[in-house]
Structures are given as structure tokens and as C-alpha cells.
Design a protein around this ligand. Structure first.
Ligand code: NAX
Length: 401
């Protein structure tokens, strides 16, 4: 572009004005509040400079940012635990619902953790996150769940030494039955519930069964961490950005029987920027996809405990952020999110009445299972195995309650 000498001259002048303004702006503010004639002169100066070079003056006049959205009430259970210690700060940073969405946070844990909840609350306050317009710590279900829009049911009883699976199901069944009843009584009728606490699918089912006045679609279990783990394995294997890996699916239970399915996914911009390739073709190694890829994703939780000495916390928190964000704000066009949702008995042969992970698309605040995918014989066997486990968990949980 050819620029005239007068344009260059005015650019240089503008740079000088920038410099003057940068150094004098705080001073001008000070004068403005101290004397009316100085105020007038300073006002004229600012007006004059503003007319010449708008951007730097504009912030002087900018009003404080006001939220235009109504606050959402969001409850996190297990608020004194590890996952909560990561997710609460992500929520405060606006990563779940956007930084234009004010949130009233409720932190729920058991009475023995009352001091710990208070400590977390103090730290959240100290972060001075603008989106957190109110934070309440509580051990009481009514305070936690009243009028709540979103409930993240993270708190659960961990498996103790020598604990049988049916004991674990019984202990958690009691917690999630109680929380289901409390949500039924207190929550908004449009509440969205994401169950993270294990066994997540069956806990979500129990909560749902105990909330007959809420729609079944309100209850979901988190399998997004498994999806993210699968995407990351594929991206590493192919040396592509993880965002290029689309539509991997987690079917079934959040457990070792889950089926991470790559048959419907693609790698975008692979092998060339203008092309997309089916994942199987891109990887070109079925033995790996059907072998160590599968077991790595299925066993990832245990592998992290082995290395870190503690279970996944930040990655679980991040996945929960992804789950809720997609549910509330929508999945991107053509993209699927794996979510444990209520099975209606008409989809992919999964019997009615389980919380089963399916590929979903979300829009208008609702999830919709992606229908019509072709399931091959090998995949069907894997779907059957995870269905069988969920039916057993359901039976054992009902027997224990
Ligand atoms: P922590 O043991 O650190 O924290 C659990 C918290 O829940 C504790 O503060 C405990 O006091 C509280 N709690 C127990 N009963 C409660 C109740 N009735 N009401 C409210 N709070 C209650 O566990 P953390 O590492 O945070 O994990 C939480 C749960 O997530 C566990 O069940 C864990 O197995 C599960 N996970 C689920 C994942 C998933 O992908 N769905 C992955 C990560 C994680 O393993």
C-alpha cells in the first residue's frame, strides 16, 4: 500500500498522543475529581485528544462490564475432594459456561468436611472471579439443590480395602438415591445433572429413579474423560493436533468394559490439509486399534493411579467442563460428544432403562443420540459385553437398596 506523507505524519502525531495519554491519563483522572476549572480543562484536553485518536481514550469512558444473562445456580458435590479442587477454579475462569455467564455456586460435601469446604470457598473468593457472583458452602441438601440449574454429582464413596463391588454399589446407591430425592424436591424442573462419582452410570440411574418428577433426560453420566483419552491416544499416534480427531465414541459403561470405537471417526486435514481420512485408514494398523489402543483407554484410570499415586482429578474436571459446556451451549456442527444417557430401548439394541454412553449431539440445551451408525459384528460383541455389565450393576444396586 502506498501511503502519503501526510498519513505518515498523522501516524507519528498519533503515536505522540498515545505516549502523552499513557503518561498523563492517571493524572487527568486525579485532576478531574479535584477542581471544576481543572476538570473543564482536562475534559477539553481529553475530548481534543479523543477526537484525534480514539482507542486509548475510550477506556477512560468505558462503563464496568455488566452481565446481561441471569445467574445460573450450579451445585458441585464432593466439593472438598480432588476433582472439585480442579473444576471449581475452571468454572470460576468461565471455562464451562463462558465468561459472560454469572454463576451462583453451591459447594456440598459431608459434615466431616465442613472446614475443608470453607477453605475451598475462601480460596475461590480470593480468586475474585467475576463470574462467581455468589458462593455458598453447605452440608445440607436443601441449601445445595434448591432451584439449582446444574448439578455436578462428583462426591462418592471410594472403594475401600477389601470392599466387594456390591458393597460399593450399596454405599453409593444410598448416596445417589438421597441426592436424586433431593433434586426431585428442590431442583429446577429444567435441571441438568452430570454424575461423575463412580460407578457413574449406575449412580446416575439410581438418582434418576429417585427423581420421578424430573425428566429422565435430566440425568447423565460422564464418559467424556474416556473420549478425551481416546482422542489423545490417536493424536499422539498420528502426530496430529488433538482437535483434528473427530467423532471417536465411547459406548456403554464408564468402566473397563467401555468400548472406545473409532469406526465412525475421522482425522481432519490428514494426510493433507485439504483431506479428511477415516481413523482406521489413517492409522492403518487394526491390530493396534483393536488391541493396545483399546486397553490403554480402558485402563487409563488405573495407569494414572499407578504413576501418580492418586486418581485422575484435573483431567476428570476438564472432561466434566467439556460435558456440561457441550450440553448447555451445544456441540459443534457435525461433532459428537459421548455421554452416558438414558436408553429408550429403541437405540442400537440397548435395553431400556440403563444409563448408557452413546454418541450425542447437543442443541437447544438437549442431548440427542446420533442414530443410524452401522455396527459391525465385532463392535456388537463389545456393546453386548458392556450392556451385560450395566444390567448386572443395575440388578446388584437394586438388590442392595
Ligand atoms: P475424593 O475422594 O478426593 O473426593 C470425594 C469427595 O466426595 C470427598 O470430599 C467426600 O467427602 C465427598 N462425599 C462423599 N460422600 C458425599 C455425599 N454424600 N455428598 C457430598 N459429598 C460427598 O474423590 P475425587 O478424586 O474427587 O473423585 C470423585 C469421584 O469421581 C470418585 O467416585 C471417582 O471414582 C470418580 N471419578 C470418575 C471419573 C469419570 O470419568 N466418571 C473419572 C475420575 C474419577 O475416578
Amino acid at each position: 500500500m502506498v501511503r502519503s506523507s501526510s498519513t505518515l505524519h498523522s501516524d507519528r502525531l498519533a503515536a505522540h498522543i498515545d505516549c502523552i495519554l499513557y503518561h498523563t491519563t492517571p493524572h487527568i483522572n486525579l485532576i478531574m475529581s479535584s477542581s471544576s476549572s481543572a476538570h473543564r480543562r482536562a475534559g477539553q484536553l481529553v475530548g481534543h485528544l479523543a477526537a484525534q485518536h480514539q482507542p486509548l481514550v475510550a477506556p477512560l469512558r468505558a462503563a464496568p462490564v455488566a452481565f446481561t444473562k441471569k445467574p445460573l445456580k450450579l451445585c458441585v458435590t464432593g466439593a472438598a475432594g480432588n476433582i472439585a479442587y480442579a473444576i471449581l477454579f475452571m468454572i470460576g475462569q468461565g471455562k464451562m459456561l463462558g465468561n459472560d455467564q454469572p454463576i451462583e455456586l453451591r459447594l456440598l460435601d459431608i459434615p466431616a468436611m465442613a472446614n475443608a469446604i470453607n477453605g475451598v470457598l475462601m480460596e475461590l473468593n480470593d480468586c475474585a472471579y467475576p463470574v462467581l457472583t455468589k458462593i455458598i458452602g453447605t452440608t445440607d441438601y436443601k441449601t445445595a439443590f434448591e432451584d439449582v440449574d446444574i448439578a455436578l454429582l462428583i462426591g462418592a464413596k471410594p472403594r475401600g480395602p477389601g470392599m466387594q463391588r456390591k458393597d460399593l454399589l450399596a454405599a453409593n446407591g444410598a448416596i445417589f438415591a438421597g441426592q436424586g430425592k433431593a433434586l426431585n424436591q428442590w431442583a429446577k424442573r429444567t435441571v441438568k445433572v452430570c454424575v461423575v462419582g463412580n460407578p457413574a452410570n449406575t449412580n446416575a440411574l439410581i438418582a434418576m429413579q429417585n427423581a420421578p418428577d424430573l425428566p429422565k433426560t435430566a440425568f447423565t453420566a460422564m464418559t467424556r474423560l474416556d473420549q478425551n483419552r481416546a482422542m489423545s491416544q490417536l493424536a499422539t499416534r498420528l502426530n496430529v493436533p488433538v482437535d483434528n480427531v473427530k467423532n471417536t465414541i465411547i459406548w456403554g459403561n464408564h468402566s473397563k468394559t467401555q468400548y472406545p470405537d473409532v469406526n465412525h471417526g475421522v482425522i481432519e486435514s490428514y494426510p493433507f490439509p485439504s483431506l479428511s481420512s477415516p481413523i482406521r485408514a489413517a492409522v492403518n494398523d487394526d491390530a493396534w486399534l483393536d488391541g493396545s489402543f483399546l486397553t490403554t483407554v480402558q485402563d487409563r484410570g488405573a495407569a494414572i493411579i499407578k504413576e501418580r499415586g492418586k486418581s485422575s482429578a484435573a483431567s476428570a474436571a476438564s472432561a466434566c467442563v467439556d460435558h456440561v459446556r457441550d450440553w448447555v451451549l451445544g456441540t459443534q456442527k457435525g461433532q459428537w460428544a459421548s455421554m452416558g444417557v438414558y436408553s429408550d430401548g429403541k437405540t442400537y439394541g440397548v435395553p431400556e432403562g440403563l444409563i448408557f454412553s452413546f454418541p450425542c449431539q447437543c442443541y437447544n440445551g438437549q442431548w440427542h443420540v446420533v442414530k443410524g451408525l452401522k455396527i459391525d459384528e465385532r463392535s456388537q460383541k463389545l456393546l453386548d459385553a458392556t450392556t451385560k455389565e450395566l444390567l448386572e450393576e443395575k440388578r446388584d444396586a437394586s438388590a442392595a437398596l
